[in-house]
Design a binder for this molecule. Structure first.
Ligand code: NDP
Length: 240
């Protein structure tokens, strides 16, 4: 565990709104947290700037578009300045897009866009964060997935969100491959539940507060035995 003399360090992608923003909001409420809030357009992230006024922890904003590999590589420099000495305890790959398509109607470009944003980007983010994770004793990667990536339940969920489901199934595989390559890192793929955000819509079951407090409980209490698991925000196991 991180020592008392250094903060617990976090990097969250897609932090401008929705679940990513709520993760940052809850984290900066603790004086012991140093949070790197990564987002596509920091200059437009008014809610994140608003948090700076009330944050008890330390908040840094870093530009990072997970669909733009040059942007991810360029983030290594500001991340080195922030995390180079202290390391990264928790990487939360949260940013994603969801397209309402089906297998027989999808535009293959949309499928590629989904895979690029939802799995290739997170894979590269983990690669550029690896030197910082290596400096931490904690080393947790949380890939925010979806029950939509479960092949076991795909038929009952129905035809919609085909590109999204395929990209999240691939993200689940990435998580297991990350564990296989680096058993010393705790890698978890997790569904936040159906959450009231722009993506989840107003009909969703969960407020972001409830989903995120569950997510943070799951990852802060995760042990090596949990690595490679596919979990829900409340800790339940999801069938692959
Ligand atoms: P939202 O659509 O509400 O927010 C998406 C966030 O991701 C925004 O901050 C957005 O930034 C960011 N983002 C999108 N594309 C990129 C990109 N290329 N680079 C950087 N940031 C990007 O989604 P949620 O908050 O609901 O979803 C968060 C995670 O939870 C996702 O991984 C999603 O798949 C997963 N999830 C959500 C569910 C739900 O019910 N809400 C259900 C299951 C899974 P910007 O403001 O710049 O667009």
């Amino acid at each position: 565990m991180p020592s008392a003399s250094r903060p617990t360090t976090w990097l969250v992608t897609g932090s401008s709104r929705g679940i990513g923003f709520e993760i940052v909001r809850q984290l900066v409420d603790s004086p012991n947290n140093l949070v790197v809030a990564a987002c596509r357009s920091p200059e437009k992230a008014t809610a994140l700037h608003g948090l700076k006024a009330t944050a008890k922890g330390t908040l840094h904003l870093v530009q990072l578009d997970v669909s733009d590999f040059d942007s991810i590589r360029a983030a290594a420099k500001p991340l080195e300045a922030i995390l180079g000495d202290i390391g990264l305890d928790y990487l939360i790959n949260n940013a994603a897009i969801a397209i309402l398509d089906t297998a027989f109607t999808l535009d293959p470009e949309d499928l590629l866009r989904s895979v690029r944003t939802n799995v290739a980007g997170p894979a590269l983010v983990a690669q550029i964060c690896l030197p910082f994770l290596n400096k931490s004793e904690r080393k947790v990667i949380l890939n925010v997935s979806s029950t939509g990536g479960s092949i076991a339940t795909a038929e009952t969920v129905g035809a919609k969100l085909a590109s999204y489901g395929m990209s999240k199934a691939a993200l689940n595989m990435l998580t297991v491959k990350q564990k296989a390559e680096r058993p010393d890192i705790i890698t978890i793929t997790l569904c936040p539940g159906w959450v009231k955000t722009d993506m989840g819509g107003k009909e969703a079951q969960l407020e972001p507060e409830e989903s995120v407090s569950g997510i943070l409980k799951v990852i802060t209490s995760a042990t090596q035995e949990d690595s490679g698991k596919y979990l829900r925000y409340n800790g339940e196991v999801i069938p692959w």
